[in-house]
Design a protein around this ligand. Structure first.
Ligand SMILES: [Zn+2]
Length: 443
């Protein structure tokens, strides 16, 4: 499986001009012909048997842990889980111990990740209240952005000084990506609910991190973004109020939501308990409907997974001690396809949200669409088969923590094969070769 030349026959190819049935040729790791392959094309033959051949998904928001968090996952284990679910490129967040807040740490993390990533990778940088001089040293062709945590979450990164955020917006030389929640409103809500018992108040996490915290923060950020010198991206949008605000945003602002908010609401804490505890918190059914509407309208351009694994034992702790974050990888494409199928959405809807939009917004070079010259990052997806998600701690999980909130479900569709830079790394549930991810280059 180690060859870089492949002739893929009989595929429903999702190309830039829509769907076409035919063959595709991968030559030296890149697309050399789409639809019809020249007679002299050399390569291993692969019969797709009518399955979809689509570009590998690009996850612009993940937490692949590693370093001080390696018990929760390493880049090796989590990038493997990503690939198994149809993802071939990942952007990793900086809230690892130690946080990625100096150029030296960013470079050290790139060295750590390079030999072990099954997916192509890019690493975000983390803002603190005193590292603007480091931000000025970053190379915008290598760094996807600077993450600003306006509210506390996993790790120690937090920027609450509004004057400093204004300065960042005006002076940053590189894209800013925001966790938008107002820390002061969260603190007030946490005090108000300090003595509440989770058993009596199942949506306690949503009450402690209420919709207003998101809406007020995003309202403020959007008004300040008018003065921004760089593109702004808002991560994990969760509320109906923010969708209303985003309809009137400046054109250099983009936004995402995550599968977890499209699937579940605060009503699901009753059965899932802290397994679904994440930040921002799950909101209410009207918010979920607004997110779907926002996706369809294009108000939310991107899906990020916010893959954030924590160990199974940690998630069984009491409300105050259970960490926030939910693993998303392992089954992503079947999950999205299943969610969308219930709403009559075609596979190309997810390709737009997780390939074309990220490529456009981040100006990703030589990757993404299945077109001649691009690196061959591709997924073969059968809509005839199903994907069974194993029970927690059972064999068959790819993520190190070995659990997923979808445990026990049979999802629609199955990832049959994944090529990364022309290497067939995943086939029929097994990995082949060695990690072949490359560092992403931005234009
Ligand atoms: Zn995140």
């Amino acid at each position: 499986m180690e060859t870089l030349n492949w002739v893929i026959r009989n595929a429903r190819i999702l190309g830039v001009d829509g769907e076409l049935f035919g063959d595709a040729w991968i030559k030296a790791g890149r697309w050399a012909a789409i639809g019809k392959v020249p007679d002299q094309a050399i390569g291993f033959e692969y019969d797709a048997k009518g399955a979809f051949l689509l570009p590998g998904l690009i996850d612009t928001h993940g937490h692949f842990r590693d370093m001080g968090f390696s018990a929760k996952g390493t880049f090796y284990t989590e990038s493997r889980a990503a690939v198994a679910g149809g993802v071939t490129t990942v952007f990793d967040m900086p809230n690892t111990p130690p946080p990625t807040t100096t150029l030296e740490r960013w470079e050290a993390k790139m060295h750590l990740v390079a030999p072990q990533s099954w997916a192509n990778y890019a690493l975000y940088f983390g803002a603190t209240e005193d590292n603007l001089s480091e931000i000025h040293r970053l190379n915008s062709r290598r760094v996807p952005g600077v993450k600003v945590f306006l509210a506390a979450s996993t790790g120690e990164l937090l920027v609450t000084d509004e004057a400093y955020v204004r300065r960042l917006l005006r002076e940053s030389s590189i894209r800013l990506v925001f966790h938008s929640e107002k820390e002061a409103l969260i603190q007030a809500a946490q005090q108000q609910w300090a003595n509440a018992d989770w058993e009596q108040v199942p949506d306690l996490h949503t009450r402690c991190r209420p919709p207003e915290a998101c809406i007020e923060s995003t309202r403020w950020l959007l008004s300040e973004s008018v003065h921004a010198s760089v593109p702004i991206h808002l991560l994990h949008i969760t509320t109906e109020g923010e969708i209303h605000l985003l309809r009137k945003r400046p054109s250099h602002v983009s936004a995402e939501t995550c599968p977890v908010y499209l699937q579940w609401t605060a009503e699901d804490f009753r059965s899932y308990r802290h397994l679904l505890k994440c930040n921002p918190a799950l909101k209410y059914p009207a918010d979920r409907e607004a997110l779907w509407k926002g996706l369809l309208e294009g108000v939310l351009e991107v899906i990020g997974t916010d893959h954030a694994p924590h160990r199974w034992e940690e998630k069984q702790l009491s409300y105050n001690h259970a960490p926030s974050g939910v693993p998303a990888h392992g089954y992503l494409l079947p999950w999205l396809w299943t969610l969308g199928k219930a709403r009559g959405l075609p596979l190309n809807f997810w390709v737009e949200k997780m390939v074309y939009a990220p490529v456009r917004l981040w100006n990703i070079q030589e990757r993404g669409p299945i077109q001649e010259g691009n690196w061959a990052d591709a997924v073969l997806f059968s809509v005839e088969d199903k994907t069974k998600v194993p029970e927690p701690q059972a064999p068959g999980h790819y993520s190190r923590v070995a659990w997923h909130p979808l445990a026990g479900s049979a999802l629609e569709g199955k990832v049959q094969a994944v090529w990364v830079n022309g290497y067939l790394n995943f086939h029929e549930g097994r990995f082949y070769g060695s990690p072949s991810g490359q560092a992403v280059v931005f234009g």
